[in-house]
Design a protein around this ligand. Structure first.
Ligand code: HMG
Ligand code: MG
Length: 307
């Protein structure tokens, strides 16, 4: 039986925008968060406290966090690669403080080095004090495991390699793990194999899927996870996204597409699809291109035809 309810972590403001070459105004980022929470998203990954030299688009992290009008019941998360990032995320006090932080490792040694400039073991050593300090500050910690289904530098990534990192993350007290297909090469059975490894160490409620849709497999992969009972997924409005250190990787699965599929399956998300499509159209206008989401395009075309 499939889950009756799914939680979507909206990663558009972070994963969606981090790879944009053109500058996006802080005010537009803030407005995107406002529109997403108004559409019913209850978990939003807002920004990253990473080096602005590595990811210039996220340099306004503190201003974005300060600009958000917090809505009740919404959890705001940010990426932190190290203690410096966590300290910056906490520096503004309660007004800018996230509810959760995300440390991001990889199942591929090569990608780890490209993305965060250290190998897997060293990344875990760096994350350990971040997890401890985040817990001390009362924050939940998610751990993203990039390249869990394939690596742009190394190629194949085994389920054993995924489990290895899951175990390391568990060992340092990470509360939740996200199995991430950074370059969108996973297919359903392979995704299930990776997820099953994560589920050997974490309960169903603390494992999530993060699927980029480069090869058009993301919805099928989400369905494959639903079959296992997994009920947390990251998605990005308008299908925005990509990692600057994973060349050729396109956007995340579009939140609109996930919500449409879940609606059809009778699985509750609490998200208003029409308002979500509006949020996607808004950021599409800002970026000067229409949403990648097939559902958003269909809804917008239908609206235009009805006018
Ligand atoms: P490094 O160069 O090894 O770091 O980078 P360092 O400690 O040697 O410091 C070098 C400089 O960076 C220093 O500044 C530090 O102060 C500064 P300088 O003295 O040269 O002026 N620095 C920082 N500045 C701001 N915030 C910080 C910070 N840390 C150091 N937190 C580092 C290591 C991790 C910092 C760097 O590699 C980095 O920022 N990487 C981020 C890469 C990134 O954001 N990638 C995209 C997100 S991951 C993703 O998209 C995948 C995901 O979606 C899942 C999936 O799809 O797979 C999550
Ligand atoms: Mg990603």
């Amino acid at each position: 039986m499939l889950p009756s309810q799914v939680t979507i972590v909206e990663v558009g403001p972070r994963d969606g925008l981090q790879n944009e070459k053109q500058p996006v105004d802080t005010a537009h980022k803030v407005e995107l968060v406002h529109r997403l929470q108004a559409a019913g998203l209850r978990e939003i990954e807002v920004t990253s406290y990473v080096s602005p030299k590595w990811v210039p688009q996220m340099a306004d992290n503190a201003q974005v966090m300060a600009g958000i009008r917090r809505a009740g019941g919404v959890r705001y998360s940010v990426l932190v690669p190290n203690l410096k990032g966590l300290e910056a995320a906490l520096a503004g006090g309660p007004a800018t403080r996230p509810d959760e932080v995300v440390v991001f490792g990889a199942a591929s040694e090569a990608f780890s080095r490209r993305n965060i400039n250290c190998g897997i073991d060293e990344s875990i050593e760096r994350f350990a004090p971040v997890v401890a300090a985040a817990h001390e500050a009362g924050l939940k910690v998610r751990g993203a495991i990039s390249c869990a289904l394939g690596c742009p530098y190394q190629g194949e990534v085994s389920a054993e390699a995924v489990e290895h990192v899951v175990r390391l993350m568990k060992g340092i007290g990470v509360d939740h793990v996200g199995v991430a297909d950074t370059i969108g090469v996973g297919t359903p059975r392979k995704v299930q194999a990776a997820m099953e490894r994560a589920l050997e160490h974490y309960p169903l409620g603390e494992v999530s899927g993060h699927f980029h849709d480069t090869y058009g497999q993301a919805l099928a992969n989400i369905y494959a996870c639903l079959e296992l009972g997994v009920h947390h997924f990251d998605a990005s409005v308008a299908g925005l996204g990509g990692c600057p250190y994973a060349k050729g990787a396109t956007g995340n699965v579009a939140t609109e597409d996930v919500v449409f599929m879940l609606n059809g399956l009778g699985i509750a998300t609490g998200i208003d699809l029409d308002a979500l499509v509006d949020a996607g159209a808004f950021i599409g206008d800002v970026l000067g291109r229409p949403p990648v989401s097939r559902v958003a395009r269909a809804v917008l075309a239908k609206r235009a035809a009805a006018q």
